[in-house]
Write a protein that binds this ligand. Structure first.
Ligand code: ZN
Length: 422
């Protein structure tokens, strides 16, 4: 593990001003330009290019140019073969030399590859442990639910740390006995899995007493956060990571901050009214596969109020999900983004309680599945959505409300999905 990064994350003083953050980033980039970019055939000719003038990147373009962008001389087709073989066999030790190869967990259907060198793996572990290890004097048992294991995550193991990987593809129920015998002190899982585990705990099928619960890799709604915190009697921390870099995590005051001490994150604002933006990242810790001027399709909602923790790193009110997942309703001045969180809040505030639901937008039509005890909530929901539309000055899409839940095809159990925009 990278001791400096561990100590800096755990005990280091947080940057108190924008100027301090910019100075940190400038230093890191100067090094990146002179040491890393010359090793990338793609970036070699860009060592003197201004950051924002670097070629615009997104997942498809990165994959197209993978072989020339990476600094390890790894061919894309070979990397895909190695990663796919690992997925098929569920034996996750795919390495090309010292470099671990992983398949990224995009829900957009497009596969992405990522690479990690031993140094990058140590840094990832150092940031995670520096921030989240509950107590340095006690050995910890970590349960980590992931879609696929990867050498990246195994870098966490050491004598003070027992680290068990739970394969997400096997479903939550299958893991309950192993989880009970591990009795994890730290529980790390995607939001949907944490919610399912919280239900199992409430139903008496589990009796875990973790000291830390960390939601990772997807949107955690406030209603789910509360349910999970209640079930495990423990506050829920959040780590937002994309292409396996740590982009944001909760501070000691419980608020999400962008990880700007390690990477520069620009805003591509998509909804000026809420300030919602897609992050454009310049990651100066990723040396194997440089991510520069790289736009993610996640939507983040900024929170400009200063945080009691004192960090000047941008505060994030919440992660809205993928750009493709935000609802858009038509209005007099064009389509407006309706944050998924708004819909969740409307449903959570219904007087007639709803156990669970799914919302799917297809063009100008919403299909809502409701699992409820009393059918009156349908009428109430229609009224609440109409009020929301009026408040946002948009037209409510046509609605069909159905009882029960649809056949689940989404392993991440997303409650709100957009198939197409109006
Ligand atoms: Zn804070």
């Amino acid at each position: 593990m990278s001791l400096t990064a561990f100590l800096r994350t755990r005990y280091g003083r947080v940057p108190r001003s924008r100027a301090e953050i910019t100075a940190l980033q400038d230093r890191a980039f100067a090094r990146f330009r002179s040491r890393i970019m010359p090793q990338s055939p793609f970036y070699r000719s860009h060592v003197d290019t201004a950051l924002s003038a670097l070629p615009q990147m997104h997942k498809a373009r990165l994959m197209e140019n993978f072989s020339s962008i990476n600094t390890c001389g790894i061919d894309r087709d070979r990397a895909f073969d190695v990663a796919l073989q690992a997925e098929r066999s569920r034996d996750f030790s795919p390495m090309i030399g010292q470099v671990a190869v992983g398949l990224s967990t995009g829900t957009s259907g497009q596969r992405g590859l990522f690479l990690t060198t031993p140094k990058e793996r140590r840094l990832w572990a150092a940031i995670m442990l520096g921030r989240f290890w509950p107590n340095l004097c006690q050995p910890q048992r970590v349960a980590f639910f992931m879609r696929a294991d990867n050498a990246l995550y195994r870098s966490l193991g050491n004598p003070m740390l027992r680290f068990e990987f739970f394969d997400l593809m096997r479903g939550v129920e299958a893991h309950l006995p192993a989880l009970t015998s591990l009795a994890p002190t730290v529980l790390i899982a995607p939001a949907g899995v944490l919610t399912a585990l919280a239900c199992a705990q409430d139903a008496g099928a589990l009796a875990l007493a973790p000291q830390r619960v960390i939601s990772i890799a997807e949107v955690l709604s406030s209603e789910d956060r509360d349910a999970v915190a209640r079930a495990f009697n423990c506050k829920v921390d959040e780590v937002y990571q994309a292409t396996e870099g740590v982009l944001a995590f909760t501070c000691h005051a419980g608020h999400l901050h962008l990880n700007e001490t390690w990477l520069r994150i620009d805003r591509d604002v998509i909804d000026p009214k809420s300030g919602a933006f897609c992050p454009v990242i310049y990651d100066f810790t990723r040396e194997s596969l440089p991510l520069l001027n790289y736009r993610l399709d996640d939507v983040l909602i900024p929170d400009d109020t200063p945080c009691p923790c004192g960090s000047a790193c941008t505060r994030i009110a919440r992660i809205e999900g993928r750009e493709d997942d935000a609802l858009w309703w038509s209005g007099p001045s064009g389509a407006r983004m309706v944050p998924a969180e708004t819909i969740r809040t409307v449903i959570a505030r219904l007087e007639t309680p709803v156990e669970d639901y799914r919302v799917v937008q297809e063009a100008n039509h919403l299909t809502i599945w409701l699992q409820y005890a009393a059918p009156e909530c349908e009428v109430e929901l229609r009224g609440a959505l109409a009020a929301l539309a009026a408040q946002l000055d948009v037209a409510l899409p046509s609605l069909s409300i159905r009882a029960g839940l649809p056949q689940e095809t989404d392993p991440k159990r997303r409650r709100i999905k957009v198939l197409s925009r109006p």
